[in-house]
Design a protein around this ligand. Structure first.
Ligand SMILES: Cc1ncc(COP(=O)(O)O)c(C=O)c1O
Length: 402
């Protein structure tokens, strides 16, 4: 056997020439431990996945319990599987009217694909509108509506009839017309570097969609399940979409996605053609029980309130001449430095000091803070202390003193 790092580089398809390549052997709560026994305070949460912390005992117990009953038994939709039914029922119970039927898939991008197909089916229209700087996933449909040309030009041709509007720009709403099947929006843009729209824009967006008969699709893959200090980010504006897309934290740390819509809409997928949208593993019982357990933890441990409080504490403590702005809501934050080299230095310095932060896909001048929603005040203070010292060192380096 080759050593693990070399085997990682040789046998696994890579996503970049410079993976962090941390070799994690254990994860618990807000901490990751590597093979050398070094502990990292996790400010990434598996990229907005581990909202209940790593290996929450209730989530692990639910997974173990289900393992003793059954695992995969049939592709999605054919059998009654209690974990799926109870999870969907619970999700529907916490969502507004019109979002009562859940279609489970395996990832965020797959949920987007389902939502796009459903929107075309409901409206009989073809045009899709999305936002510049958005990220919706890496499969062809999702990539087509992703607003970052550098990530998509090698995959063309992509879906035809896709147009882009600027996020939070009222004038662009006129580009939504009677031809538009759906507008896909992250209610808070994530990989654009955490951009929060105004209430006025969100309301105008919904009104414009209603006026021209276009559907509104919210991609809450990153913003869902308490991340922004509300259960779902749409609660900040009160605007309810026609289709809601979920992923990441949905499966309690296991792979899962879902799109949610009105029952009458979802019924369209059952005929003409029959089996026109299917998935082998969608709604697998393990992510369903893990997701339901995580949802219960979110409520019983008030993770939504904690996200709001700890997010405010991060904003209060992260004051430094090098920080231009801390953007975001709850524990979905971007620390804007206005300088991509500084971001690089600070993220790597923090890593050295045992704090894991991360970059954004479409905003190189800021770094991400998105810890488990279980993080406590002491951990936030310790993380901020390390970040501020890393910023001091980076500023000294820039000034030529280090
Ligand atoms: C807003 C948003 N939508 C969709 C996706 C795609 O999800 P997945 O990576 O599970 O396919 C992501 C992933 O980062 C995302 O942030």
């Amino acid at each position: 056997m080759t050593d693990l790092r070399n085997a990682f580089l040789e046998y696994l398809g890579q996503t970049s020439p410079h993976p962090l390549a941390l070799d994690i052997v254990h994860a618990e709560g807000c901490y990751l431990t590597d093979r050398n026994g070094k502990r990292y305070l996790d400010l990434v949460a598996g990229l907005a996945v581990n909202n209940t912390g790593h290996r929450h005992p209730s989530v692990v117990a639910a997974i173990k319990d289900q393992c003793d009953k059954y695992l995969h038994v049939i592709p999605y939709g054919e059998f009654i599987q209690e974990p799926q039914v109870r999870f969907a029922e619970r999700l529907a119970g916490m969502l507004p009217d019109g979002l009562e039927t859940v279609y489970f898939v395996n990832s965020g991008t797959e949920a987007i694909e389902g939502a796009l197909k459903l929107a075309k089916r409901i409206t009989g229209r073809t045009e899709l509108i999305a936002c510049h700087k958005s990220y919706h996933g890496s499969t062809h449909g999702s990539l087509s509506i992703t607003g970052n040309e550098t990530k998509k030009f090698r995959s063309r041709p992509l879906l035809p009839d896709v147009a882009f509007i600027h996020f939070n720009a009222p004038d662009d709403l006129l580009l939504i017309t009677e031809r538009t099947a759906a507008v896909v929006v992250e209610p808070i843009q994530g990989d654009a570097g955490v951009r929060v729209p105004t209430h006025a824009w969100m309301t105008a967006l919904k009104d414009r969609c209603t006026a021209v008969g276009a559907l509104l699709i919210f991609d809450e893959v990153q913003t869902g399940f308490g991340r922004t200090g509300k259960r779902f980010a749409m609660e900040h504006s009160g605007v309810v979409p026609d289709i809601l897309v979920l992923g990441k934290a949905l499966g309690g740390g296991l792979p899962m996605g879902a799109f949610v819509s009105a029952r009458a809409h979802m019924k369209l997928l059952t005929h003409d053609p029959v089996l026109g949208h299917i998935t082998t593993f969608g709604g697998h019982p393990l992510p369903c029980v893990a997701g339901l357990a995580a949802l219960n933890v979110m409520v019983t441990e008030d993770l939504v309130g904690n996200a709001e409080r700890m997010g405010a504490l991060f904003k209060e403590l992260l004051i430094h001449p090098a920080i231009k702005e801390v953007r975001g809501l709850g524990l979905m934050l971007a620390v804007e430095l206005g300088d991509k080299d500084k971001v690089q230095q600070v993220v790597l310095d923090c890593l050295d000091q045992g704090v894991l932060g991360f970059w954004f896909l479409s905003c190189p001048t800021a770094f991400r803070i998105a810890p488990p929603l279980t993080i406590n005040a002491e951990q936030v203070r310790s993380a901020c202390d390390i970040i501020l010292k890393a910023l001091d060192r980076s500023s000294l380096r820039t000034a030529g003193y280090a």
